[in-house]
Design a protein around this ligand. Structure first.
Ligand SMILES: Nc1ncnc2c1ncn2[C@@H]1O[C@H](COP(=O)(O)OP(=O)(O)O)[C@@H](O)[C@H]1O
Ligand SMILES: [Mg+2]
Length: 236
């Protein structure tokens, strides 16, 4: 049967978005692209932080991945240093000041691995497969954190393990973040080096040659202020 009804008219002009609607579409697309980029950045931060083996709590892990860390002294040092050509940054201070979290931030955003001074120095003193593997890893990673300086098994092992690591990484032009609690670094004080200042503590434990290399290619920062565990919890 022939259809003699009028064809439906389409007002094509009404389908063309107005400039304001076009702006809204642009804006929505920009927002979606930003959210997508942020999700991708979170994904990579999470992956790099896990791979780095940095020893942070679950809560700190989440803050690092979501980029919701509060500003701290260690972060104010690590952030700018991470984009310089300087080989070393040493952060010394009591526990609970955000040193390890700042290393987590570094690895999550830039890659690399974290080891403790104790495991590294043990690996330098031994010859089994695991020890060689850790030494090779620290020798080949561009970005390495050595955490918990001062907690090595003994002073001689500490001095030679840290010297060899610092020397080799300096030659290769790799970046190293060294973290420790100076108050707990056992002191080998001598008459002309009363182990009080951080310079003296560090140089006394790890040796003048290590100290000189670090000074030539980096800097040392003493973290002060209250323990962040309480300070940041209180602000919440
Ligand atoms: N940037 C930060 N933002 C929020 N909380 C932090 C931050 N840095 C440290 N903290 C808090 O302080 C605690 C101790 O930090 P941590 O890095 O382990 O200290 P340190 O290595 O100096 O002993 C963390 O578990 C966290 O609760
Ligand atoms: Mg720590």
């Amino acid at each position: 049967m022939p259809d003699d009804r009028e064809p439906t008219r389409v007002d094509y002009l009404r389908l063309i978005p107005s400039p304001a609607e076009l702006d809204a579409i642009d804006e929505r697309q920009r927002r979606e692209a930003t959210l997508e980029r942020q999700a991708e950045e979170r994904y990579h931060r999470n992956r790099r932080l896990i791979e780095s083996n940095a020893c942070v709590t679950e809560e700190d892990h989440r803050r690092i991945v979501r980029a919701t860390l509060s500003p701290t002294q260690p972060l104010s040092q690590v952030r700018p240093w991470s984009t310089t050509g300087q080989a070393f940054l040493v952060l010394l201070g009591p526990t609970g000041r955000g040193k390890t979290v700042s290393a987590g931030w570094w690895h999550a955003n830039h890659g690399g691995i974290a080891v403790t001074a104790r495991e590294l120095c043990i690996a330098h003193a031994q010859e089994h497969a695991e020890a060689r593997k850790l030494r090779a890893l620290v020798a080949s990673e561009r970005l390495v954190t050595i955490d918990e300086l001062g907690h090595e098994r003994d002073a001689d092992e500490a001095e030679s393990g840290i010297f060899e690591t610092v020397n080799m990484r300096l030659k290769r032009g790799f970046k190293t973040l060294l973290l420790g609690n100076i108050a707990r670094v056992p002191k080998k004080a001598t008459a002309d080096a009363p182990a009080t200042a951080p310079r003296t503590d560090f140089a006394t434990r790890y040796g003048e040659r290590t100290w000189k290399r670090i000074r030539a290619q980096g800097h040392i920062y003493v973290v002060t202020g209250p323990c962040l565990r309480e300070a940041i919890e209180e602000r919440r």
